[in-house]
Structures are given as C-alpha cells and as structure tokens.
Ligand binder design. Structure first.
Ligand code: GRF
Length: 192
C-alpha cells in the first residue's frame, strides 16, 4: 500500500534562493497521506542556496539557473518543467521576478509565501518596515502569483502580534514559524 502513496499527486516544483526552511517543510508535508502534491523538482537561481541540500537529502531532482538572461532561462526552465510533468509551482523565498509570459504559461498554478500581511509591505524588508511604522500586527500570506509583484489573490494569511521588544530578526523568526504552518494549509485549501 505504501507504494501507492505518491501516485496521482500533483507534480510540484519548489523555487528557492536561500535557506529553504519552507522547502523542507513542504517536502515533509508532501510525504504525508493528506498531501495533494508531490515535490519532484527543486529550482534555485543560485548554487549558494543552502536549501539545495534538501534535494540531496530527500533525493529530489534539482536544477540551478542563474537567470542572467531571463528570456533564455525561462525557455529552458519551461522545457524542464514540462519534461518533468510539473503542474504546480511553489515559490519559497525565491528572489527572482518571473516574467509575465512565464506566469501566464502557468496561469493560476504558481503560488508564493510572503512575510507580511499583504497588501501591506509588498517586496523586501517587510519586518523592518512593519516595526518602523509601529504596526501592532504583522504576519504572512500565501497568494497566487500574478504579473504584479505580491498582488495576486490571497489564499491564506496568519496574523501575529508585534511586541514592543521585537526586532526585525525576532519578528522574522516568529513569522517563519507561522509560514511553515500556513503554506501546507493553503495547499490543502486549494486542492480540497
Ligand atoms: C521566508 O520568510 C519567505 O516568506 C520569504 O523568504 C523567506 C524564505 O525562507 N519570501 P526559507 O528559505 O524558506 O527558510
């Protein structure tokens, strides 16, 4: 019976640029009975991404593209994704902006996790901006990826309190924990 687990799951690629804690979390989720996805490919824009170690650890195919020429890179990337029958893409700390052509090719099938309560704080440095503005709350958002940065339809959010003593790194740590909770939940919400 165990062999059957994994069949008929939506073949998914995770795109990373850094530590890959969300990637690791999604891999663990994908191995649970309830997961609608399997993770079959890991894409990184840099060899330096620490998260690439999870590709070796869990024996998942990986590929690095430097994205210097976005057009030729995305052409190669598209071919690779099709070859591996990838039908769903999770961005997890991926620091490159995908072209609208690429996003349209995977229309509605690319999601992202962002460390703020969108629509507040699109882009970078979300935690320091929230602290600077003396916000009482921050959080994280899973959303569909569209041509407009961090602006696609929201799938799920988690709100947390910002304490007086919080720094951008303490806030980042707390929010990352929540990211690990809501990313799998958002995927379940999409497919169930
Ligand atoms: C996360 O905070 C994510 O929301 C942001 O980049 C960070 C990536 O962390 N886009 P990790 O590489 O998944 O550990």
């Amino acid at each position: 019976m165990a062999k059957l687990i994994g069949l008929n799951r939506i073949k998914t690629a995770v795109f990373i640029s850094g530590t890959g804690s969300n990637l690791k979390n999604l891999i663990n989720f994908s191995k649970t009975k309830k997961s609608p996805i399997s993770i079959d490919l890991i894409i990184s824009n840099t060899i330096k991404a620490k998260g690439l170690k999870f590709a070796n650890q869990y024996q998942i195919k990986k590929k690095i593209f430097n994205f210097k020429n976005i057009k030729t890179t995305e052409k190669k990337l598209f071919i690779l994704l099709k070859k591996n029958k990838i039908n769903f893409i999770c961005l997890a700390g991926f620091m490159k902006i995908l072209s609208s052509k690429f996003i349209k090719q995977f229309n509605g099938k690319i999601i992202n996790i962002h460390p703020s309560l969108l629509p507040r704080y699109k882009g970078l440095n979300t935690h320091s901006r929230a602290i600077q503005n003396k916000d009482k709350f921050s959080g994280c958002t899973v959303h569909y990826v569209t041509e407009k940065l961090d602006s696609g339809k929201i799938i799920m959010q988690k709100k947390i309190k910002i304490l007086k003593k919080d720094t951008s790194s303490s806030l980042a740590r707390k929010i990352l924990k929540q990211e690990h909770k809501i990313y799998p939940k958002a995927i379940l919400k999409i497919f169930n």
